[in-house]
Design a binder for this molecule. Structure first.
Ligand SMILES: Nc1ncnc2c1ncn2[C@@H]1O[C@H](COP(=O)(O)OP(=O)(O)OP(=O)(O)O)[C@@H](O)[C@H]1O
Length: 310
C-alpha cells in the first residue's frame, strides 16, 4: 500500500506548552484516517502542521510523497484543507465562491466554470448556486466549504471537525460525501470529537491525548484492546442471585437491581460456558444482556479525565 502521509517523532510546543510530544502517524492512500482526542489534545495542531500552515519543532513528515520541510509547495498542491471555521465568503453567491477559488488556483475561466458546475451538482447546491452564501444554512455552508476545497482536485483532504454543529441529517449527507470521495481514491485525514463519526468512517483511528498517540488501529482493534466487556445477568430474587454468585465466582453484584456482571470477551463461547454452569447448578436467570466495549469506552479508557488545556 502506498502511504499518503507519514509523520515520525512530530513535536510542537507553544512557548513552554508542549502540545505534540513526539507523535508517529501513518496513513494509507485511498483510506480514511481519523484522529480522535478530547478538547485541546492537539488535533488541530497536527492538521495545521501536516497541511503546511505552521511549522513543527521536530520530526519528519512526508505528504503525497513529498518532504514537508523541503517541498511545502508540492505538498500544498496535493492537498485540500477545510478547517473548523468556514472559508466561505458571505458576500458572494455559492457559485461565485467556487469561481473565486478556481481563479485563485489559476484554473482558467472555462475550466473553472466547468468545475464549479460539477461541484455544485455533486454537493446538491445547484438550486441555490445563485443565492448569497449569507442565506445558506449551516449544512449548506459546510458542503460549499468542502466543495471549495475540492476545486483543485486534491488527492489528500484534511477535514478538521467537518460536522461540528450540523444536524443529524446534514451529518449523514456529509458522511455520504466523504465515502464517495474515498471510493474515488481520495485520502481523508479526519479529526473529530464524535466517536460515532470515527467508527462510521475511519479505516484506522489514532487516539491523541496530552500530545501523545495513546492507541492506533481499526475501531475493532481499539475496542478489543480495552477491558469493559461483560455479561449482565438479572434474577427474580436474592436467593437466585446468591446462588449464581457462588457458581460464577468473580462477579460484580448489584443487590438493588438483582443483577450480576461477569467479565467477558463477548464471544458466543463465553456466553455458552456461563449459561452451562448456571444450568448445571439449576440457577434460573430472569434476563441477560451482553455488553461489548464501544468507542466511547475506548475514549474514556485511553484519554485522561483532566482537560487537555495546560
Ligand atoms: N497558536 C497557539 N498559541 C498557543 N497555544 C496554542 C496555539 N494553538 C494551539 N494552542 C494550544 O495547544 C493545545 C492543543 O490545541 P489544538 O487546537 O491542537 O487542540 P484540539 O485537539 O484540536 O482541540 P479541540 O478539539 O478543542 O479543537 C491547546 O492547549 C491550545 O490551547
Amino acid at each position: 500500500m502506498t502511504r499518503a502521509i507519514t509523520a515520525t517523532g512530530l513535536r510542537k510546543s507553544f512557548g513552554d506548552k508542549v502540545v505534540l510530544d513526539g507523535i508517529d502517524l501513518d496513513v494509507e492512500q485511498g483510506t480514511t484516517f481519523s484522529l480522535l482526542g478530547p478538547n485541546g489534545a492537539g488535533k488541530t495542531t497536527v492538521v495545521r502542521i501536516l497541511s503546511t500552515l505552521i511549522g513543527a519543532d521536530g520530526g519528519a513528515v512526508r505528504v503525497a510523497g513529498h518532504d514537508l520541510a523541503r517541498e511545502p509547495a508540492a505538498v500544498r498542491a496535493a492537498i485540500g484543507v477545510t478547517g473548523q471555521f468556514s472559508a466561505v465568503d458571505n458576500l458572494l453567491t455559492g457559485e461565485e465562491n467556487l469561481l473565486l477559488m478556481a481563479d485563485l488556483q489559476h484554473l482558467g475561466r472555462a475550466a473553472g466554470q466547468r468545475r464549479a458546475t460539477e461541484l455544485l451538482q455533486l454537493f446538491d447546491l445547484t438550486e441555490s448556486a445563485g443565492k448569497m452564501a449569507s442565506t445558506y444554512s449551516g449544512g449548506m455552508r459546510r458542503r460549499l466549504d468542502l466543495a471549495m476545497t475540492l476545486v483543485g482536485d486534491p488527492r489528500i483532504i484534511f477535514l478538521d471537525e467537518p460536522t461540528t454543529g450540523l444536524d443529524p441529517r446534514s451529518r449523514r449527507t456529509m458522511w455520504q460525501t466523504i465515502r464517495r470521495l474515498v471510493a474515488g481514491g481520495v485520502t481523508i485525514f479526519l479529526t473529530t470529537q464524535y466517536l460515532d463519526e470515527a467508527d462510521e468512517l475511519a479505516d484506522r483511528i489514532a487516539v491523541l491525548d496530552h500530545g501523545k498517540v495513546v492507541a492506533v488501529g481499526t475501531a475493532a482493534e481499539l475496542k478489543r484492546g480495552i477491558p469493559g466487556g461483560h455479561i449482565s445477568l438479572q434474577f427474580t430474587d436474592t436467593a437466585r442471585l446468591d446462588a449464581a454468585a457462588r457458581v460464577l465466582g468473580a462477579v460484580t453484584r448489584d443487590d438493588d437491581a438483582l443483577t450480576l456482571q461477569v467479565p467477558s470477551d463477548g464471544s458466543v463461547l463465553a456466553l455458552r460456558t456461563l449459561l452451562d454452569r448456571l444450568d448445571r447448578a439449576s440457577v434460573e436467570i430472569h434476563g441477560l444482556s451482553v455488553h461489548t466495549p464501544d468507542l466511547d469506552d475506548v475514549f474514556f479508557a485511553l484519554t485522561a479525565q483532566k482537560e487537555n488545556v495546560r
